[in-house]
Design a protein around this ligand. Structure first.
Ligand code: HEC
Ligand code: HEC
Ligand code: HEC
Ligand code: HEC
Ligand code: HEC
Ligand code: HEC
Ligand code: HEC
Ligand code: HEC
Length: 321
């Protein structure tokens, strides 16, 4: 039979030229690996994504275009650096998710696709699943970068698949002149302390506050770009869930007998905008309250005072130590 003929021919070739066989096998194997890695690389590139996400402007299908206009693309942060959790296996998982998108594209069509993309733009809960906060934490903090690097396989035999694989903090962060968001004050807005660490501890995704961080069409999409936007973002959780979400008391103290302020208590009566930013900055220790200010219509004493709505009993605020 023809088959046995071929097998016999191969056998005799292998016996006569064992070294050449080995080299050929190796070359084949390396070539196979190379092609696969090239396919992985190519299908991760923004040019590839643009085949199905091709539009200009803002809104669904403009993701490659808006990314190009964003600070992240300018700093070499690519699609799968955000849309895929850190670690080799999560990279592969993101690739498999890509295959299912390909399937959906072929089977369910463009209408369905736009519907899904629109959902991610409108619904913060859905958006927080489209991009894991692990990736954001990986670049923007030291703690999580080191934690994930220690716990996970980052590269396979030294091959890197995306920029993320090689990023080590604090080196990367410092080379980009970025703060560690868990430990340092934000520089872009000195009037606000967004309490990054407290929200990270509570497992609140970055996306809840930083909507459109890569796809708003702006270079940097500031949360606090105006008071109304900030108010909207913060109240979406803090007022609507004020009985569940607890804020620690703030001790406003210069010396002596420090005064205590409770957000939890005041939020039973007031909205953020009653006090922020007109009476107080959203940052502890920024109010210059002296004994004289106790008798003016400023700070706490807009409400607390003799003949005012709220009590002026010294011990109410100065509770002693
Ligand atoms: C063959 C067309 C196609 C290509 C190429 C493509 N996508 Fe998509 N993408 C889709 C479809 C279809 C959806 C809607 C998914 C669904 O039906 O759940 C989608 C949705 C998404 C979503 C939203 C995820 C979700 O589940 O809501 C992200 C993020 C995304 N794509 C990123 C990418 C990235 C990054 C690339 C390039 C590496 C890429 N896409 C390449 C077709 C494609
Ligand atoms: C691969 C690393 C990396 C990932 C992943 C990443 N970023 Fe960034 N981010 C950067 C770099 C680099 C800059 C640019 C810093 C600069 O030039 O000031 C930046 C800038 C920013 C800025 C603007 C900072 C400023 O100075 O005002 C915000 C906000 C931000 N990122 C949030 C996020 C969020 C949210 C995520 C997750 C969805 C994320 N980043 C994912 C690296 C990353
Ligand atoms: C509670 C809302 C909130 C959450 C949650 C949040 N941020 Fe922020 N973040 C802000 C605000 C407000 C600012 C101030 C600048 C602005 O308005 O965008 C800021 C600023 C930043 C900056 C700029 C730092 C600088 O030096 O100015 C980065 C980077 C950033 N955030 C990253 C993240 C990342 C990464 C996450 C998720 C791990 C996250 N943030 C979660 C509200 C938030
Ligand atoms: C800095 C991190 C970051 C990078 C880089 C990034 N994205 Fe996104 N992407 C997000 C976030 C966060 C969302 C969630 C929705 C939102 O807030 O805009 C999102 C949403 C999406 C969606 C859902 C539809 C939409 O418009 O919201 C698609 C599709 C998408 N990204 C594709 C891409 C592609 C393609 C690239 C590369 C060209 C890319 N993303 C790069 C963070 C990123
Ligand atoms: C997605 C929901 C959500 C959003 C949006 C949100 N927060 Fe929070 N916030 C929380 C949760 C949950 C906690 C943690 C409560 C706890 O630790 O028990 C918290 C805690 C806080 C605390 C108390 C921190 C501490 O140490 O006690 C402050 C201050 C705060 N948030 C301010 C803000 C500001 C400012 C914004 C808008 C920029 C905002 N939050 C947006 C959910 C949210
Ligand atoms: C009755 C007045 C009042 C209301 C209402 C109020 N705050 Fe405050 N807030 C303060 C005071 C006072 C401080 C401390 C200012 C200081 O120390 O100088 C503060 C500080 C903050 C800080 C900085 C916290 C820190 O530890 O640095 C954040 C963030 C904040 N508020 C968010 C909010 C949010 C979000 C709401 C609405 C859900 C809100 N506040 C409602 C009075 C108020
Ligand atoms: C927008 C008006 C308003 C502002 C501003 C305000 N308060 Fe109050 N506060 C009230 C009202 C109303 C009550 C409840 C009535 C009362 O106890 O007299 C109250 C109650 C209190 C209480 C008693 C309840 C508790 O938490 O134990 C303390 C203490 C207090 N405020 C401290 C402060 C401090 C400190 C400041 C400034 C940093 C401040 N308040 C700013 C309106 C305000
Ligand atoms: C509504 C809350 C509130 C009430 C009521 C109040 N204080 Fe204060 N007081 C503060 C705050 C806030 C500060 C500034 C933070 C600090 O130094 O503890 C302050 C600071 C002070 C200071 C230090 C000022 C400085 O320059 O260092 C003195 C003294 C003082 N209060 C005395 C009083 C006396 C006396 C009363 C009663 C007549 C009183 N306070 C009632 C909130 C209050």
């Amino acid at each position: 039979m023809a088959n046995t003929g071929i097998i016999r021919a191969i056998k005799s070739f292998v016996q006569r030229r064992p070294f050449l066989t080995l080299i050929l096998l190796l070359a084949f194997f390396v070539g196979f690996l190379f092609i696969n890695i090239e396919v992985l690389h190519f299908t991760s590139s923004p040019q590839f994504c643009a085949k199905c996400h091709p539009k200009e402007g803002t809104g669904p299908l403009t993701e490659v275009y808006t990314w190009k206009k964003n600070i992240h693309s300018q700093q070499g942060v690519s699609c799968l650096d955000c849309h895929g959790r850190p670690g080799f296996f999560y990279y592969m998982k993101a690739k498999i998710k890509g295959l299912s998108d390909l399937y959906n594209f072929a089977v369910k069509g463009k209408e369905h696709m736009i519907e899904v993309l629109q959902k991610s733009i409108n619904d913060p809960v859905y958006a927080s699943q489209v991009v894991s906060m692990e990736s954001c934490l990986y670049c923007h903090t030291d703690y999580y970068n080191q934690k994930y690097r220690k716990e996970r396989i980052m590269t396979l035999a030294g091959i890197t698949f995306r920029a993320l694989d090689n990023i080590k903090n604090p080196q990367y962060r410092m080379s980009k002149n970025m703060i560690d968001i868990m430990r340092e004050d934000v520089r872009s807005n000195p009037d606000i302390d967004p309490k990054h660490a407290a929200h990270i501890r509570a497992d609140i995704s970055c996306v809840f506050c930083h909507r459109g961080v890569a796809h708003s069409g702006e270079l940097i999409s500031y949360v606090s770009k105006d008071a109304t936007n900030l108010e909207k973002v913060c109240t979406s959780c803090h007022l609507n869930n004020k009985d569940i979400i607890s804020m620690r008391d703030i001790v406003l103290s210069k010396a002596g007998n420090p005064a205590k302020f409770s957000h939890n208590f005041h939020l039973q009566m007031f909205e953020c905008s009653t006090c922020h930013p007109s009476l107080f900055k959203m940052k502890a220790g920024t109010s210059a309250i002296s004994f004289e200010t106790h008798f003016k219509d400023v700070y706490c004493f807009t409400c607390h005072g003799e003949n005012k709505a709220a009590s002026f009993d010294c011990a109410l605020c100065h509770q002693g130590r």
